[in-house]
Design a protein around this ligand. Structure first.
Ligand SMILES: [Zn+2]
Length: 285
């Protein structure tokens, strides 16, 4: 198992669950594994759990103290445990990126595919004007968290694009588009937000007001791909969490043919172009 096969398994699962609504119905996903969702007040930091009953059906429990979008993600994550047959390891809190067990990461990848299905989400990323406003709108439309939505927005962007999550002014995680990975644009986890950057200023209390030009070499390690980077930011004071979207305008992106090859090489597989027939007997339209 790797992240790609987790994503592929999720797409196959989604394909078997019938026509997609937007936002998707997590109840329908749960029902597809014979799961019943219960809401209970769990401990802080605990997202949920599930277990398989002797009759083969599942009980899925989510923490009602968490917000609705988190609960939706948790349902999908628990469905992932069942479908991928990965035993849960919930000893670490889910927000701890660095210590997340591999099996949990696979289930998160699966869950993101369920909440923001490629077939629905990717065309909307292609149409969107890049920026944090688009991420917010899509998060609302898909009833998903900014974090999941931003990560997938960058992953599927045609542009050189990254979504960076920082906590306490330090980069924790970044999701990059195939084009940026191919161009070797790398943002080091653990690095500080560049001093004076839009993101650092937003963290310092400055109101963000749409995209700004940024210095590519301050964000991207050993970058020799030229300038023309844009930055947009959303700082969440409550958790001292800074969400940054970085991208180059499309003019600077290589031709579509090359790009397609990249997608196949780096994120993988023809199924990403949406043309792969689902292993399902159901016909659309
Ligand atoms: Zn889990």
């Amino acid at each position: 198992m790797d992240e790609l096969s987790a994503a592929a398994a999720a797409r196959s699962f989604v394909g078997k669950c019938g026509p997609l609504a937007q936002p998707v119905s997590v109840e329908a996903y749960a029902a597809a594994i014979g799961g019943t969702i219960k809401k209970e007040a769990l401990n802080d930091g605990e997202d949920g759990w599930s277990f398989r009953k002797p009759n083969g059906k599942y009980n899925i429990c989510v923490n009602c103290n968490q917000n609705g979008r988190r609960q939706r993600f948790t349902v999908c994550h628990e469905v992932a445990h069942a479908v991928l047959e990965i035993a849960p390891d919930h000893s670490q809190p889910s927000w701890s990126f660095s210590r997340r067990p591999q099996g949990e990461i696979f289930c998160d990848v699966f869950a993101a595919e369920l909440l923001l299905p490629y077939k629905l989400f990717k065309p909307q990323v292609d149409l969107a004007e890049i920026g944090m406003a688009a991420v917010r709108t899509l998060a609302d439309d898909f009833d998903a968290s900014l974090l999941s939505t931003g990560s997938r927005f960058a992953t599927f962007s045609k542009n050189l694009c990254a979504f960076v999550v920082s906590e306490g002014g330090k980069v924790r995680y970044s999701a990059r588009s195939a084009a940026l990975r191919q161009a070797k644009g790398w943002i080091r986890p653990g690095s500080l937000l560049p001093a004076g950057s839009y993101s650092a200023r937003a963290r310092g209390g400055e109101k963000s007001s749409g995209p700004e030009e940024a210095h590519a070499d301050e964000w991207l390690e050993h970058w020799d791909g030229g300038d023309g980077l844009f930055e947009d930011v959303l700082h969440i004071d409550q958790w001292d969490q800074t969400l940054t979207l970085l991208w180059f305008e499309e003019d600077d992106v290589p031709a579509p043919r090359e790009r397609k090859q990249w997608e196949e090489q780096t994120y993988g597989l023809r199924e990403l172009d949406g043309n792969l027939p689902w292993p399902s007997r159901r016909k659309r339209r």
